[in-house]
Design a binder for this molecule. Sequence first.
Ligand code: PMP
Length: 429
Amino acid sequence: MYEYTSSKRLFERAQSSIPGGVNSPVRAFKSVGGTPIFIEKAKGAYLFDVDGQKYIDFIASWGPMILGHSYEPVIRAIQQKAENSTSFGAPTELEVQMAELIKELTPNVDLIRMVNSGTEACMSALRVARGYTGRNKFIKFEGCYHGHADMFLVKAGSGVATFGIQEVPGVTAGTAQDTLTAPYNDLEAVRTLVQTHKDQIAAIIVEPVAGNMGCVLPAAGFLAGLREICDQEKIVLIFDEVMTGFRLAPGGAQQKLAIDADLVTYGKVIGAGLPVGAFGGKKELMERVAPLGDIYQAGTLSGNPLAMIAGYTLLTELKNHPEYYQQLEQKGAYLKDHLTALFKEADIPAQINQFGSMLSIFFNAEPVTDFLSASKSDMARFTRLFHGLLKRGVHLPPSGYESWFLSNALSQSDLDQTLEKVKQTLQEL
Ligand code: PMP
């Protein structure tokens, strides 16, 4: 049985100096209860906590650890780069190489700008869409999360959904009134909004495969329908690929699902675990960004050399090994098939939503296709599964409203051990 003595002590201490003891809310285990596990180090598919215990990791730093933790080429590249200083505030060749590599992997990105987080990427992309169209409103989907900028914290997913926050104090009514929301996968609702607010909508922003209300797949025709509506109404289509970019395919969801967005946002994955984001897309939009154009956007540490070399090294590995994507897909499908069978045998209603290396378990008898159906899942049962697995050495994301992220460092034995531990937990569910 796992003991969390040192984690408990640290969590206690952390709460005196950090709000809730954590620097990002979902980490606090607030919805599942208990003490968050403080991590000492990680290697491959495993986390090691401050009490010396080992966990099979299904968080993968919420996405970036596609090839596992402490990936040798990335760590070596960061070490070497750090010898030349950590930031210059002036351009480097590496930033050019990074932009060229992303363009090569994502063909419809003509120009790309680096930022420092997914939040920054999404707020900047929306500013470009608003500046370009001269319109104020935009549509987002219930349960999707695009970072913590004010205008996105309306019916948002991730921690906002996990903690059941209806309205975020500090987001003004003036800001929120320009955020229109529709249920995910509901094209009719989008059409109605577009007609009601004709010529006022700058952008539709969407997670092409949603990961912030748990993993929810786009229904057949949903993304193509959005593309069509945007073309007809001259609305900018933004794909938020902070989770899906370079994870579902080298060219992200755009490539995997064969839909071109006008603007696309990236995040954590392109920093291989260092703080990075990016937004890019069609030339006519991106050439409006300062200093080329008048839509201002900036960042002192944007294009930071350590973050760039980490991301460049990871993306180069992914580019050179297309087989990794097949392997990730196989691992995801294997878990889905076996989890489905396990819960069926145990007569526990469950939906396993999986797309490539993203996966979620919803304890729900009905298919989960949007936020409403996700929220009808038995979250108390998820909590029991979470703790049942944690004490057996498997670390899931600590919320039923989050996606699991698989890394290619997971071996067949890791997957089978995980399934075996789920089996052991069934009695407790
Ligand atoms: N968009 C999506 C789809 C995300 O999943 C996230 C973070 N989980 C963000 C934006 C915000 O990224 P960050 O936390 O780096 O600001």
